[in-house]
Design a protein around this ligand. Structure first.
Ligand SMILES: [Zn+2]
Length: 440
């Protein structure tokens, strides 16, 4: 049948505690074996008509799982489609993506969720799991049909793009999360405190004369959510944490047994508000590609987010891939749409932490695979025998220059344009099928 061997690579599967030189054999779309090289000779003689790929010097890992991306379909096909977004995901090593419901219309009902799943079945290159809204139209007034959406395949619920302002609605939503068996994902931002800010409130904001978002705008929302999750015993997931105190709050809540998980983005881990001033990149200030929500913070926040990854306060790295058109970003900084097109640069950017000895590669793989899979209870993120062969082959030392015009994503909005990155995705398999390949 359809057999594929990846031979001689360093296999890293944190779920199974594997980190060794081994061969991965894929048969009929499933992981057939992960074996030592000594087994290979025998297997090779007994079989033929199969594809063998020499991956010596490369890393073989479970395909990455992204809990947070914006595929923009339906309604914003000029920014991205399920086809272009999942092609970008494949290029970034992601084999499973969860897409946010701030589309047009928003994903409020079982039929909306079903539409995305069937569209992804027709045009998607990787596995797509929709996230439904918490409130109808994300208007913050009335809860959506969460149980129906869960039955139709929604893996979580979120009004991402904004917080659920009403404490009462959030309390109800968290109570329902227990019934639906799916987490509530909050974009933690007190809109009144954020006060239409566009960058982190601090030195750079003052220097550039831009309105700042104080850290407390996020932290108050995080604290509120944790109090309500504790009271309801609901399932809470916090999106794109960006401040040091947010990480502390989550760490303390976990120690008390609150059912909370949290994610952080590659850009909040690697970039700071200095990039808005142009210092980090050596380019002119006010690059609208640095406008993101929550904003890029200071270096102390960045360090605290990393510490949260290391001690387990944060469960997953999620891209918050937010593609926009050129027009959305070709304007004054404070008018620009917030977001970064991040799927294709995530691994290369995150490898700066590994090359800088701030994070080891097995832990990085964990944070991109079984960490996120567990947070949303997804059947993904491992190379267990019998699991779907969702696999990524990584070249940790290959260098490349970010050329946004070569992005598969329609969104060319990246502050990393022109950056040199070290770490490349060589091969991505979904169910044993090659969905992306960059030959050596
Ligand atoms: Zn968000």
């Amino acid at each position: 049948m359809n057999k594929l061997r990846l031979i001689g690579g360093r296999v890293i599967d944190p779920h199974q505690g594997i980190d060794e030189i081994a061969d991965v054999v894929i048969d009929d779309g499933l992981i057939a074996s992960v074996g030592t090289r000594a087994d290979r000779g025998r297997q090779r003689e007994s079989s033929n008509g199969e594809r063998t790929i020499d991956v010596r010097g490369l890393v073989v890992a479970p395909g990455f799982v992204d809990l947070h991306c914006h595929l923009r379909e339906p309604g914003f096909e000029d920014k991205e489609t399920i086809a272009s977004g999942t092609r970008a995901a494949a290029a970034g090593g992601f084999t499973t993506v969860c897409c946010m419901p701030n589309t047009n219309p928003t994903l409020d009902t079982a039929s909306d969720v079903g539409w995305v799943i069937s569209a992804a079945g027709r045009t998607g290159l990787v596995r797509v799991h929709p996230i439904g809204t918490i409130t109808k139209g994300q208007k913050g007034a009335e809860l959506s049909e969460m149980a129906d959406m869960a039955a139709a395949g929604a893996v979580a619920f979120s009004d991402d793009g904004r917080s659920v302002d009403s404490n009462l609605l959030m309390r109800h939503a968290l109570a329902y999360s227990r019934i639906a068996g799916r987490p509530i994902v909050d974009h933690c931002e007190d809109a009144v405190l954020a006060d239409c800010g566009v960058v982190h409130e601090g030195r750079v904001a003052s220097l550039l004369g831009l309105r700042g978002v104080p850290s407390e705008a996020e932290e108050i929302a995080v604290a509120r959510d944790l109090v309500l999750a504790r009271a309801t015993q609901g399932r809470l997931h916090l999106a794109h944490l960006s401040t040091a105190a947010s990480v502390d709050l989550v760490r303390e809540a976990k120690a008390r047994g609150v059912r909370v998980t949290a994610e952080v983005t590659p850009h909040h881990l690697l970039l700071t508000d200095d990039w808005v001033a142009g210092n980090g990149s050596g380019r002119p200030p006010y690059d609208t590609n640095c406008r993101v929500s929550p904003p890029l913070r200071g270096n102390e926040d960045r360090a605290a987010l990393l510490a949260g990854l290391l001690d387990g306060a944060i469960d997953a790295i999620a891209t918050d891939h937010a593609p926009h058109t050129v027009v959305d970003k070709d304007c004054e900084f404070d008018q620009a749409a917030p977001g970064i097109s991040g799927l294709e640069t995530a691994f290369g950017l995150l490898m700066r932490l590994v090359h800088g000895s701030q994070l080891d590669l097995p832990r990085l793989v964990r944070l991109l695979t079984i960490g996120p899979a567990r947070a949303f209870a997804l059947n993904a993120g491992s190379l267990e025998i019998g699991a779907p062969a969702d696999v990524v082959v990584l070249d940790p030392s290959a260098e490349w220059t970010v050329d946004v015009e070569r992005f598969y994503s329609k969104g060319k909005n990246s502050p990393l344009a022109g950056e040199r990155l070290r770490g490349m995705v060589r091969l991505t398999l979904v169910g044993g099928q090659v969905v992306h390949e960059t030959p050596r």
